[in-house]
Design a protein around this ligand. Structure first.
Ligand code: JFZ
Length: 568
């Protein structure tokens, strides 16, 4: 495939911005409970968490009869939500194929009373709805097979992975690329210790059977076409290339009957625009029930998100990342000559201050104003100010569209605005004798959380600093978000903004033992309000923080420093 053809085959992905990942399998029938015992955490790992023997787990197949499944319904709900591609688990780590497979009888057609191939029905529905379809395939972990990875409770012996790979994984990927029409992408997962050669054999099969099919980075060995970030990871800084963030709607991928921790429409839109504003696609997970239905609460929230996407599609699809710096009130997307300001924290001052706009603003309108009435724009030092209604015209976010002339240079400078919370994150700090480090941990099991932190402080010579511009004098509360173990507890830190210094005691936030041996302790983060400071004038300031004494154990894992308006 020529470079131009490759570029073309990726353009749809670059423009898509919003997608759904369906986790659906035998685990959906277990729904988080096994033999009357609830197993908390991600539901598709119930076999692993419960160390359920293959002979017991596979009895689920004889009960699996998803008579409520409708490929049309899934495709319709996804399309109404504004999702441009669907990925569905064809085979997860439990080894059960949700499609007719000659490579293994352990599949929905041969091993269940359902006897139909739901992926065929979904493929037809996607074709009709004009929505692209991809398949999730766990190419390394397979807890049903002696030579698949992961099941040490039934198969403690040494693995002959090549036997599994040649007999099941590679043939099933070929079946998926042959029997279901155009496949937009294959979403591989947890490559483990797969060899580069095996990853390339999968790539070769994809290129041979469906040259336009994209491959995600979890194929392993750096041979994917685009990056799937860590689960539930929303990046703090923009990234180049093709990438997606994959997020759960509640705290699990596979259906768990008692997990109702649904993210609200506001949370989903906020996470989506954070990702799209940095140039990525936001893929949201849906875990259908054992009967094949999308949980009603989930479907209702998707309808609300879809309504917002429908009103603001111009600010989402086929846009580019924000050329602006950090925005205290929300995010930004762009296209040639246009900026779309996604305002999540609406200014009560009726003035939307937009820092870092270096081009001339020709016009500003509310994207949902059908009459496109121009908003009043005034140009200040380093920012433009837009007169907006007192009440946000849209929800969960209001988009203000700017027509701009001239080049929009990236603007790294940080501007603090006194009617919004202003967060200072580690990737934007200047560090001395301390480090930027990312920490990941699980809350329950498999529900991964991630924190970019400043860590490994050594002593009074360690400093993290942020520079910013205040547009007007104002008072702020200072908040710290950090984790600290007992070794650093009761030490003292100092936070200085301008000429004001706030000494603070570091308090042990505790840490939790880690269910996965040899993976260190899980951090616990807490937010502390340090006090009130005043910025006496408009102008440039620096905010610095560091320990007052020599530190033990690296001192704190600092996730964020925030300036919160006092008069909010
Ligand atoms: C994997 C699966 O184990 C899980 O069941 C689910 O399918 C999820 C989408 O993918 O879990 C992962 C994979 C990668 C990371 C974390 C969890 N990661 O890179 O942080």
């Amino acid at each position: 495939m020529s470079n131009d053809e490759k570029k073309l085959s990726r353009q749809w992905f670059r423009s898509a911005k919003f997608a759904v990942l369906f986790h659906w399998g035998l685990y959906s029938l277990a729904a988080g409970t096994w033999k009357g015992k609830r197993i908390h955490g991600i539901g598709e790992w119930i076999m692993y968490r419960g160390r359920i023997p293959v002979r017991e787990y596979e009895t689920l197949a004889a009960q699996f009869n998803p008579v409520k499944f409708s490929g049309k319904e899934w495709a319709r709900i996804a399309k109404a939500a504004g999702m441009k591609y669907i990925v569905v688990t064809a085979k997860h780590h439990d080894g059960f194929a949700m499609f007719k497979s000659k490579a293994s009888q352990y599949n929905i057609v041969d091993a269940t009373p359902y006897k139909r191939d739901p992926l065929l029905e979904l493929a037809e529905a996607c074709e009709k709805e004009g929505i692209r379809l991809g398949f999730y395939y766990s190419q390394f972990q397979d807890w049903h097979e002696p030579d698949g990875a992961g099941n040490t409770w039934d198969f403690p012996q040494e693995r002959k992975f090549e036997n599994y790979f040649n007999a099941k994984a590679l043939p099933q990927v070929r079946e998926l690329l042959t029997n279901y029409g155009p496949v937009a992408l294959i979403w591989f997962d947890t490559p483990g210790t797969m060899s580069r050669e095996d990853s390339l054999r999968l790539v070769q099969a994809v290129h041979e059977l469906q040259p336009d099919c994209l491959i995600n980075s979890r194929i392993g060995n750096g041979v994917g076409d685009y990056d799937s970030l860590g689960d539930q990871e929303i990046p703090l800084v923009a990234r180049g290339g093709l990438w997606e963030s994959v997020d759960t709607h509640n705290d699990t991928w596979g259906y768990v009957e008692f997990d109702r921790n649904w993210k609200s429409p506001r949370e989903l839109v906020e996470r989506m625009v954070k990702v799209v504003g940095k140039g990525g696609n936001y893929m949201l997970n849906v875990g259908p029930t054992g009967l094949g239905q999308i949980p009603a609460a989930c479907a209702g929230i998707l309808r609300e998100v879809g309504a917002w996407v429908g009103r603001n599609k111009e600010a989402l699809y086929a846009t580019d990342a924000s050329p602006l710096g950090l925005l205290p009130w929300g995010e930004c997307t762009s296209r040639s000559g246009k900026l779309y300001l996604h305002v999540l924290d609406w200014p009560q001052s009726e003035r939307l201050v937009v820092p870092g706009v270096t081009a001339k603003v020709k016009r500003a309108v509310l994207l949902t104003d059908a009459r496109r009435r121009p908003l009043r724009v005034s140009v200040g030092k380093g920012a433009v100010s837009i007169r907006v209604p007192r009440v946000a015209p849209d929800s969960p976010a209001t988009v203000v569209a700017l027509d701009v002339a001239g080049k929009l240079r990236g603007c790294a400078a940080r501007t603090v605005i006194n009617c919004h919370r202003n967060d200072f994150d580690p990737p934007y700090s200047v560090l001395k004798n301390c480090k930027h480090a990312k920490f990941s941990w699980m809350e329950k099991f498999g529900d991964w959380k991630h924190a970019d932190c400043v860590a490994e402080w050594s002593g009074p010579e360690s400093k993290a600093a942020w520079r910013f511009t205040a547009l007007e004098p104002a008072r702020y509360y200072l908040e710290l978000d950090y984790s600290c173990d007992e070794r650093s507890s009761d030490s003292e830190g100092m936070l200085t903004v301008g000429r004001t210094s706030l000494p603070f005691p570091v308090l042990d936030t505790g840490e939790r033992s880690n269910p996965v041996p040899d993976h260190g302790l899980w951090p616990l983060f807490r937010v502390y309000r340090l006090g009130m400071i005043e910025l006496p004038r408009a102008g440039n300031y620096s905010l610095t923080i560091g320990p007052m004494q020599k530190t033990e154990g690296g001192w704190i894992k600092l996730r964020r420093v925030s300036l919160l308006p006092v008069n909010a």
